[in-house]
Design a protein around this ligand. Structure first.
Ligand SMILES: Cc1ncc(C[n+]2csc(CCOP(=O)(O)OP(=O)(O)O)c2C)c(N)n1
Length: 516
């Protein structure tokens, strides 16, 4: 086959397997693929976007896959391929259909030291499947490595009759064990923990949880944190530390809260997870049901009321009132500013939360009155890399999309805004909580005993402002250093960068009151 024919076949196979979106990262080696894709775009078969930086492109594609459809990244050969590894790992742990189409030099170049010739087959290890397309389950990364000569002669392309995108493959559903478990020993206290839920799972989870009437720990990414009302624990990490439940039912992705981590050391608490990713999220024994959460719940039938055997919800209004009191007392603290920010963001059309403090503080301190249409995060491998890119991918077609990340997280993904010209811009707001470094580490108790130099190495302190970065990419800019500055926050036609600068003094005082 000629290089052109191989390129045509590769793109056709992608189309036949339901891949309709591509992020192109060009180089000499993948020029034939790029040209075939350009023609597929002209024929109306695909959506193309481009980026010069493969790491960012990979995460952007992970974000696109959050819409349940596969997305491919198309790279040239060499280290361009290696740049995709973090996104592939994230997609592996999230269970996303990320496709990697990597141009390679012909096999004879391998281990020769020739330019841009590295060993590409298997480069993603166990994090991506490869081989016959028929073996792809459409819910995990898939690698297509294509050997191409650099010179090629272009020909015509005939497009196949395209079927629908194809369904993800799931193992056979078995819910009877879980149904029995849910009825046993309810006197020991059942707590439901909600991690990230796909939008199509939410309705079933919502009704099931309300029927169960058990206390709920609802992460913002479940999409049900606000909607479930009085059964949601206002300060779950504190409530559960004092009163240990006998059983935990987790629905959705692995939760980010403290209590989930504590479960590692609490083998007496039985845990059953129902999850699309299949990960138990714990290194100890627990039960896992792999499947679409909504379908598993429907298979359980009517939920029997479990109730609140331990009275965990009794102290709920007191906990909530206490948090409100400290948020009001320290309005310019990081939690205080996040509370105000969440009131603005709730008017938008979805929020993406960065790892580190944003996701934890949002879960604990964001407003409770208004349900936000969708909240997303990259909780697969919990990296701080590629966050802005993933947000842009997830919200590419969405107006009024918000993102909240830490300053180091933003500095990690400086090339992400290159995509701003290829996505919806209206009402887009990127909030960077600039607390001068990785302040999550200053909240870790065991760090208190570290030397000053040790702490400095952990936090990466800095005094940078992101104003110049906003200007570079044509974003509006707004600095918020106190509650009064929120008056200047107005989203518009141009993406807006909000640099949120909390008071370190108020933040320290807030935490001392809450934890003290
Ligand atoms: C790729 C990657 N490198 C390192 C880490 C370890 N890490 C976790 S949080 C964090 C600091 C994040 O700082 P920032 O984005 O400013 O957020 P803040 O802690 O201030 O909320 C680091 C370095 C990580 N999670 N991922």
């Amino acid at each position: 086959m000629t290089t052109w024919d191989i390129a045509v076949e590769t793109v056709r196979a992608c189309l036949e397997n339901g891949v309709r979106e591509f992020v192109v990262c060009a180089g000499a080696r993948n020029a034939a693929l790029v040209e075939v894709l350009a023609r597929a775009e002209a024929a109306g078969h695909v959506t193309l976007r481009q980026h010069f930086e493969e790491r960012s492109a990979g995460f952007f594609a992970v974000g696109r896959c959050m819409q349940s459809e596969p997305c491919a990244v198309v790279t040239t050969s060499g280290t361009a391929v290696a740049e995709l590894l973090p996104a592939v790992i994230e997609a592996h742990y999230q269970g996303r259909p990320l496709v990697l189409v990597t141009a390679d030099r012909p096999a004879r170049f391998r281990q020769s030291g020739a330019p841009q010739a590295i060993v590409q087959p298997g480069i993603f290890g166990g994090y991506a499947g490869a081989g016959e397309w028929a073996d792809w389950d459409r819910r995990s990364p898939w690698h297509v490595n294509v050997e191409l000569e650099e010179d090629f002669v272009m020909g015509e392309v005939e497009w196949p009759e395209l079927a629908g995108p194809g369904e993800a493959q799931w193992p056979r559903l078995a819910a009877s064990g879980l149904a029995r478990w849910l009825k046993d020993d309810l006197f020991r206290g059942l707590v439901v923990m909600l991690g990230e839920l796909e939008p199509e799972d939410r309705e079933d989870v919502y009704h099931f949880v309300l029927d169960l009437k058990a206390p709920v720990v609802a992460e913002a990414t479940s999409g049900l944190r606000e909607a479930l009302g009085p059964v949601v624990l206002a300060d779950p990490d504190r409530a559960l530390r004092h009163q240990l439940p006998g059983k935990v039912l987790r629905l959705g992705a692995v939760p980010s809260g403290r209590f989930w981590r504590d479960l590692e050391e609490l083998p007496e608490v039985e845990v059953w997870s129902v999850t699309r990713s299949g990960w138990s999220g714990l290194a100890r024994d627990s039960h896992v049901t792999l499947g679409e959460v909504g379908r598993v719940i429907r298979a359980l039938g009517e939920a029997e009321e479990a109730g609140d055997a331990l009275g965990l919800l009794d102290g709920n209004s007191r906990s909530a009132a206490e948090i409100e009191e400290w948020l009001e007392a320290y309005p310019d603290s990081e939690p205080g500013m996040l509370r105000s920010l969440s009131q603005y963001a709730a008017l938008g059309n979805g929020v993406f939360l960065g790892n580190s403090l944003p996701i934890r503080e949002w879960n604990r301190f964001a407003q409770w009155d208004q349900a936000i249409p969708e909240v997303r995060a990259n909780r697969g491998a919990n990296g701080i890399d590629g966050q802005i890119s993933t947000w842009l991918g997830w919200s590419a077609a969405r107006e009024d999309a918000w993102c909240v990340v830490g300053d180091l997280t933003a500095l990690y993904d400086l090339a992400a805004p290159a995509m701003l010209g290829q996505v919806e811009r209206k009402g887009r707001v990127l909030v960077v909580v600039n607390n001068g470094g990785g302040q999550i580490f200053s909240r870790v108790p065991r760090m208190a005993a570290m030397s000053d130099r040790g702490k400095e190495l952990m936090v990466n302190p800095h005094e940078l402002s992101l104003r110049g970065w906003a200007e570079m990419w044509g974003m509006g800019y707004c600095r918020i250093a106190s509650q009064d500055d929120f008056d200047g926050l107005e989203a518009g036609e141009v993406p807006l960068l909000v640099e949120l600068v909390p008071s370190a003094k108020e933040t320290a005082a807030f935490w001392e009151r809450l934890d003290g």
